[in-house]
Design a protein. Structure first.
Length: 141
């Protein structure tokens, strides 16, 4: 959604971790084509029963997604953020999924956060203002 960003080192993913990551990336690619309200609704449903993701868990999920998908490693921030969130969910956790904008110059972006900090993003804190977020469920949920 934003301008060109340097392609991260994609690394290697062990074979045993690839199938579940492929599932998350495939679902994310389909979900990324949906209207924002539908994405938010579905993610709200999927987060039920998950515990909040730790920074290490979210970083591992994001690294797996980037290692598996060239779209997610490049300009596909929406698919990358959804895939990271879904992979965390498949592992029993949930980060905060966010989409947001900046105004000067205008740019949109999607990312995941843990404890209010963006996970492995090349932008400084506060660079984007979240417009939509799906946080982990509260203990009462």
């Amino acid at each position: 959604m934003t301008g060109p960003v340097a392609m991260p080192d994609r690394g290697r993913l062990p074979w045993r971790q690839r199938p579940v990551t492929w599932v998350a990336v495939g679902l994310a690619r389909v979900l990324a084509e949906q209207p924002p309200g539908r994405i938010r609704w579905l993610l709200h449903q999927l987060r039920r029963g998950a515990r909040p993701a730790s920074l290490a868990e979210a970083q591992a999920a994001r690294a797996a997604v980037v290692a598996t998908s060239t779209l997610c490693a490049g300009e596909g921030c929406l698919a990358r953020s959804i895939a990271t969130t879904l992979l965390c969910r498949l592992r029993g956790t949930w980060p905060t999924w966010c989409t947001g904008v900046r105004t000067a110059p205008f740019a949109a972006h999607a990312w995941v956060e843990v404890a209010g900090a963006a996970v492995d993003e090349p932008y400084p804190a506060g660079y984007f203002r979240a417009v939509m977020a799906v946080p982990p469920p509260s203990p009462a949920q």
